[in-house]
Structures are given as C-alpha cells and as structure tokens.
Design a protein around this ligand. Sequence first.
Ligand code: NDP
Length: 375
Amino acid sequence: MVVEAISEFGKCEIAAEVTREERYANPGCGDGGGSFRKRQALGRAHHSRGEQGMRGILIKGYGGPEVLEYGDLPDPAPGPGEALIRVRVAGVNFTDVYQRTGTYLGTLPFTPGVEGVGTVEKLGRGVTSVHVGDRVGWVMLKGGYAELAVIPADRLVPIPASVDDRTAAAILLQGMTAHFLLRDCYRVTAGEWILIHAAAGGVGLLMTQIAHRIGARIIGTTSTNEKAALAREAGADEIVLYTKEDFQQAARRITGGAGVSVVYDSVGKTTFDESLDSLRPRGYMVLFGASSGAVSRVDPQILNRKGSLYLTRPTLGNYISTREELLGRATELFDWVSKGELKVRAEHDYPLADVAKAHADLEGRRTTGKILLTI
Ligand code: NDP
C-alpha cells in the first residue's frame, strides 16, 4: 500500500520512499493516470505481490460510492522507518469522499481511508519507536481501508489501555480536528458566542462538547430536529435548523445584533456567505470543509466591507506536523475520553465490504457522529 501524506488540495506528498522530484516528474500525480504496476515500478510501495494477499478497497477511477472496489490486494511490506499494521478499525471521514470523487486529486489507483487503529505486525529497518504487538493509530495517511497498512513509524500514535480500538478510531481524526480548531486556529474563550455548522456530525459533536467545556456559548446548525437534539445534548445553547431558517438572522437575533466571534464552517458552498454575515466586526471565519461543495473565489475586499474579518482555510495536517503536536493533541483527547469528559458517538458500524454504503450514508446526511469500518 502506498502511504501518502494528505494535503487537502491534493498536493501529492509521499511519505514513503520517493522524493518530491520523482513525484512531480511522475505524471500519475493528480492526472488520474498511472496504474498499480506503474506505482510498484516507481518503488513507492513495498509490495510482496502474490505472497499472501489481503482484503482491501481500491479506487481505480474517481466517482460515486461504486468506485470503492472491495477485493484482494497484495500484502504490503514496511520499508525503512515504516511499520506494518494489522488494521482493526478504520474511520470514515468526509475527506475520504473528496478523495473518492477527485475533489482532492491524488494518484490512481489508491486505497483510501485516512484514519485507522490496529496492531503493529512487522517493523521496517531502523524503527525503534514502536514494537511488534503495540496498539497504534494514525491519521491523515491513506491506506486505512484494508487489512494491512504500511505507516511511517513516526506518525503512529500509541493507544492507551483505557481506550478501546473503536473509540480510538472514532476520536483521532475528528477529535484532533476539533482540538486544533478551538484551541489554535482561533482560541475560543468562555462567554463568547460561536457558531458551529453541522453540529451533530462527527467533528461537530466533538467540537460542541469541547467548546462547551471551555465555556463558550454555542449556536449549532443542523438539518433535522433529531440532529438538533444530539447537538443540544453535546452542549449547544441554541440550535438553528439551517435547512429551514436563515441562520445569519438567527445568529444576529441570538447575539443581540452583535454577531458571533467565530464561525466554524465545514459545509462550505451553501453556508459561506451567510457565515460571513453572522460575524461581529473583526470576527473569524474558519472555513475547514466543503460538505456541500467548494466555495468559489473570494474577493478579499469582502472582508473589509463586512467588518475587517479574518478568513482562514486550515487543515489538520499543518496542526500535527511535529510529533510533539501529534502526540500532545491525541494524549489530551484520550485523557478526556478515559475520564468520561468527552463522549464519543459512534453508532454507524459497517463491515469493510460495505464501505460504499457508508459513503452513501455520509453524503446523504443520514449519519450522526462517527462512522467506523470493522476490518
Ligand atoms: P460529518 O459527520 O460532519 O458529515 C457532514 C455533515 O455536513 C452532514 O451530516 C450534514 O449535517 C452536513 N451537510 C450540510 N450540507 C451537506 C451536503 N450538501 N451534503 C452532505 N452533508 C452536508 O462529516 P465529518 O465529521 O467527517 O467532517 C465534517 C467536515 O469537516 C467535512 O467538511 C470535512 O471535510 C471537514 N474536516 C476538515 C478537516 C480539516 O483538517 N480541515 C479535518 C476533518 C474534517 P446536517 O444534516 O446536520 O446538515
């Protein structure tokens, strides 16, 4: 399995054994071309083809959930600095949808899945940070939708005994996202009004709980009353059904006309303009996803006209780029979960073979909290 570090906009950064120069000289990057054999020839994977074989998902061309092909794949083998992981649980994330559809371009074919938890089965040369048998997790590296994955050892997160595999897989990517968004991207403080879109989603429920712990006053948006109830339970003070009500007007009303300090907008296309209108002067627009589609070009003058606003488009990768940051965020999340201070809602489990249904349900807004694949 080729392991690729993810850039949200599809820049191909290989975490295995290919240089940037080789990568950019390779037309397989972002052009939808290339083949499994070609990838092997490039030496980016360490396949021992045909030796044993494993079950996994392969995407050969961008498209709907049907392009997620389940079948036999060659066993990967770890190269220097890498570990072979027997995957137990893989997380499904909206990022997987962007990669499947080609919104984020990468190399074809590939095995998707940017989050997993499993056991170290074999070590590549020079690895001392983990041992065979360790329970570990990882995020933001492709290849999780398979029985085996090769991951750079320095990107592995040890899972404490107090956290089970499912919970770890449910918290790592979405939890660390919630953590960096609320702590570092914009530092939320007690008493201020903030707006969180899709508050009953995977990231949304975790953000709402963490922001509530901080003491922020939260306006959450959801599409249904059932989702609204979950977001309230997680700590949202006010809910707006943004499919029925103008959330910008609601945000003004709730804040006495002042506007919110920050909008966390993962929905994108359908919410972006109104989100800007929900902010107080010098407020922060944190656009961190595109569940409804990508936002078209933004004229910076709009930030001036709407009150000297700030706009950022962050990605988790840049907030866990050092090992210290990666482990720091994961450790704090595991601690909260172990103490029962952060609840994980993970009620959508699918066998790996049914991953297409998992994707369809996520895109169809039929899920709440986390979606997991049992491998
Ligand atoms: P969610 O569980 O939040 O699912 C997406 C939710 O978005 C849906 O449940 C739905 O909630 C809402 N939504 C609104 N409009 C649409 C639409 N047209 N189609 C589908 N869904 C819609 O997914 P995740 O928790 O996995 O991810 C949430 C967002 O966070 C994604 O946009 C993802 O890309 C982003 N993200 C960004 C990261 C980063 O580093 N920048 C890292 C991780 C996630 P409702 O029905 O209530 O409207």
